[in-house]
Design a protein around this ligand. Sequence first.
Ligand code: HAM
Length: 421
Amino acid sequence: MRKKFKALRGMDDVMPKEAPVWHYIEERARAALDLYGFCEIRTPLLEDAGLFVRSVGKTTDIVQKQMYTFLDRKKRRISLRPEGTASCIRAYLEHNLDNKDSIEKLYYIGPMFRSERPQAGRKRQFYHIGVEAIGSYGPSLDADIILLLEHTLKKIGINSYVININSLGCSKDKAKIEKTIKRGLASYVNLLCRECKTRYKKNVFRVLDCKNTACKHAVRNLPDVLEQVCPDCRAHFDSVKEYLDRLDVTYKINPHLVRGLDYYTRTCFEVTHPALGSQDAIGAGGRYDNLVEDLGGSPKGAIGFALGIERLILALGEKALEYQTQAGPVIFFATLGEEAEKKALKIGNGLRKENISVEFAYIAKSLKAQLRLADKLGAKHAAILGDEELKKGTVILRDMKKSQQREIPLENLVEEVKKLC
Ligand code: HAM
């Protein structure tokens, strides 16, 4: 027996039964993104590894442990993209979009890759619906982006989510806060989980959102990140909150909210949903006002977010099942004999030209078996064609639900079916 292959761990197939819910989510999201003036960008799955090292940060978990990086045939270090923001800014600069005065609003839908330990809602290949708005430092943009996030979730039909917000301050604030956290945790280092012991040295912010009980205990008495940001960043945050209040967005200030990617500054946010277990973030984002400059452009304020499609499906719960059924064909051709099959293929394709969906059995089966298949596929009508009908120039049109049938001239089939649609 030849070896049968399996998909790699954490990399799932989306099977035809599940695809309709993906289409539904993507269509709803695109409709919301359209209303907010976002245009689609499709960037490659592979990029220079250095792009992510410089933007996401070389000490982050993503770069240190999760990125799929390898040398190509010419010994260049390339990575499967772990996220979409860095690629968008790379493309934004490469195509000189920064020369314009206006704000650039980009969105993308596609797979990301992170070699994490797979579990429910945590995959090694997962899909983002991501948005990036580049070109403004103003708080109104932060509010509009959070509003778009909420609008997208509502359009998809997801409720009961919680929008957590915080401010990480500017780069100077972040450096200062990092020192404060290190100082505050110095006497607890030995009590931290194994990962946080490393984080303490390399990326101390992440200790704040560790789920481990000992780590939670250790950070309990640390001063809030928000309390330590400079007056300008505080004013920006207050303004974002005022906008959100005026826009009736319900949010929760989470002063321990930090992000796992280094490029964030000022406003950051994360949307959680109770239907998810430990991986409860269905989406997250924030400002990254230094990234355009860090990647070689002139300074530009920017903000964005990404929603994880697998987690949106989990959040939809039972409702996802409603969208998992694909409509059956309008006509299923049940044919008996080679001649009838040839004729059916010709007429069937005539129906398809009229935008009427048609299915065939393709395999010689009894009439009973073909009608059973038509039923299974959810066909609305069956067109039955055998030698008898061919001789008479007729076809039997059967209503699958009512189990009623009538014989009509074959040449009238297209018109008759059009009347039924
Ligand atoms: P992120 O928080 O790393 O942000 O990912 C965003 C969302 O992707 C998460 O909230 C989660 O729903 C989903 N996600 C992340 N990792 C996995 C995984 N292993 N399996 C399944 N779903 C996952 C970013 O990537 C930023 N680029 C977002 C952003 C855009 N910030 C500004 N612009």
